[in-house]
Write a protein of this length. Sequence first.
Lengths: 224, 291
Amino acid sequence: MESEFFATMALTFKLAAITTAILLVIAIPLAAFLVFSTMRFKSIIETIVSMPLVLPPSVLGFYLLLAFSPASLIGSFLTEHGIRLAFSFEGLVIGSVLFSLPFIVHPIQSALTQVPRSIFEASYTLGKSKLETMLRVILPSIRHGLISGIVLAFAHTVGEFGVILMIGGNIPGETRVASIAIYDEVESLNYVMAHQYALTLFVVTFAILLLVYTLNKKSLGGIR
Amino acid sequence: MIAVNITKRLDTAEGSINAHFELTINDGEFLTLFGPSGTGKTTLMRLIAGLEKPDSGKIEVDGKVWFDSAKKINLTPQKRSIGFVFQDYALFPTMSVRENLLFAAQTPEQRHNVDELIELIELTALSNRLPATLSGGQKQRVALARALVRHPKILLLDEPLSALDPSMRQKLQDELALVHKRLGVTTLLVSHDIAETVKLSDRMASIELGQIVRITKPMEFFTPQTLSGKLQLMGEVLSIQYDHPVYLVTLLTGNNIIKAVVSENEARVLKVGGKAIISAKAFNPIVMPLT
């Protein structure tokens, strides 16, 4: 029982950590695109990114499940290459990345919007490329937006339920995360275990958020 | 020498206009772009910096082509040897004064000279401070020093002193003049401040609605030739009062208020808030034979 609890918690945070890491790589260029691009179809992409905010998780989960199934075009292609996404950890990661995308893109996007245009231009006139400007000037100055995005995406993935239930099922050690476990334990009237999961999630997420906000406040001081 | 001959479509308050700028700037010269706002001064600066693209024309700096619409050459701002000081200074908020300057340095020699530059702008004691903790005048000096780190061919100053109070502005004008004299860098300044223009520039280009209407020495521009007074001041009319039988005009010149008596005819052409010249003609010496 105990080992199953730890395995489930470990899986939950492993999923959140991997999801957040992938999101960070995707979200920065995506946010930059949404802020600076003048392309016509930009608002379509913006809408797609924001969809998980309003869409019921079961809808996203349902379509992902269809896409992952060997009967679909994507699914059959994946199956041919020996990849199975439905009811697998990899499938959960893909679902979580899509579902938590707006939670990391939006804070970065709004932070980028607030950087004055002249900061970018000053760096260009000093001979720095767009990439170097982004890495050395812009990202450090929007670190608060980055941290909020990372924390929100992480916490949101930890707390995710609907999408995972739809595409992942409830396989112990493979796709069974804490939020699913709580549901499962309550269903079998095992309130003690449900409570153990629930309280752990509560305390851990509270501690993470508290730490981040405290650090954020400290780093806002002027002289270093 | 910098030769500019470009056109650019400009959206102004009075609708869209076709701006055409033609000017040459000599080596080491301090040239001011003078004129009201919305006439394209800043745009011309940004076109030279490569931050905006001209519609057509050519920009050549010391024989090197920076922009040529005919040959489809358009160097990026990174490839142009420029130092740009922005109106809002644009200091990098997460870097200290020193780091802001070091960021600009590209060669070991330039890195080495950073401390010298910090000393030149008298910020050695504050070199580890973040921009947010500096005053407006200090930020301006950091921005200037940062723009000079790479020894640019041309220094572009976009109303760098406009956000400062008058006393700080005067102090920084002196400093700017000193830095220009010491380093001899070709400088282009955008300004609509007469005192600043006269004090700093070798020549000035007067800009009106997307055209350079006149390039002269600032004194020739601001003091019309018809007057030959020995004392001549430019100022703003603060008030015109009737004080029987004459009119009393109050003028602000620089930080000084001057009152002068004028006739009714003279008072009629002046208006409150307008610019005026006040001059005092010296009396001719009286020459008489001694008996």
